[in-house]
Ligand binder design. Structure first.
Ligand code: T5A
Length: 200
């Protein structure tokens, strides 16, 4: 099961869990690493800076295609070659984020967004895609303890995060994501994720 995706609203705890999962996989002898979206390539990291910079102005469609450009490059330059070498990849966000954030969050047609995502990933399918679900207020409190600067997407506030969460719920209802209750301590969540990944 080499491609594992963790998803969720801002501050749900994905990055913490992605790092723990990579460590567990490495301990069991797997060649594993974490990659983040947008990012992971020179182009992707540059686009990430633009996308998260509060000084950037981008209409919803421009934002959509910028995320997709970062993803297309990551798939082509990093994901496919690494998977072909047998590496295990833990991906901090994938196309589900685009449907949730730009589709449900910004009001672009989720069906059209999904079709555009399909083009960007060229048929690449994860072996497990887990949605770490927490209420918006819990994620906001976690973010507040963890970091200082608020990026362009986070600055949209709780009402936006609620729409994004409803997008994840729709993806889970459609069978695209497996929902995991993430409103639990880090070590408990780690055990649940490990079981879900190993069960796959
Ligand atoms: N985006 C992304 C789009 O709009 N469209 C797209 O297509 C894509 C790919 C990317 C931004 O871009 C948007 C989404 C994002 O807004 P990001 O870095 O992925 O940026 O965004 P964040 O989700 O904000 O990443 P964070 O690192 O801030 O949050 P995480 O990864 O969810 O949470 P984490 O692990 O850093 O934890 C946050 C804090 O909570 C604590 C941690 O110690 C930390 O302090 N914590 C817990 N506390 C209690 N219990 C637990 N179980 C905890 N787990 C973690």
């Amino acid at each position: 099961m080499p491609l594992i995706v963790l998803e969720g609203i801002d501050g749900c705890g994905k990055t913490t869990q992605a790092e723990l999962l990579v460590a567990t996989l490495a301990e069991s002898g797997k060649n594993a690493r974490r990659l983040r979206e947008p990012g992971g390539t020179v182009l992707g990291e540059r686009l990430r800076s633009l996308l998260l910079d509060p000084a950037t102005t981008a209409c919803p469609t421009a934002e959509l295609f910028t995320y997709l450009a970062a993803r297309a490059q990551l798939v082509d330059e990093i994901l496919r070659p690494a998977l072909a070498r047998g590496e295990w990849l833990v991906l901090d966000r994938f196309w589900y984020s685009t449907v949730a954030y730009q589709g449900y969050g910004l009001g672009l047609d989720p069906t059209a967004v999904t079709a555009a995502c399909r083009l960007a990933v060229g048929g690449l399918k994860p072996d497990a895609a887990l949605w770490l679900d927490v209420p918006v207020a819990v994620a906001a409190a976690r973010r507040a303890t963890g970091r200082t600067a608020v990026d362009r997407i986070e600055a949209r506030g709780d009402a936006y995060q609620e729409k994004v969460r409803s997008g994840y719920a729709a993806l889970a209802a459609a069978g695209d994501l497996t929902r995991i209750d993430a409103e639990v301590p880090v070590n408990e969540l780690q055990a649940v994720i490990q079981r879900a990944v190993l069960a796959g």
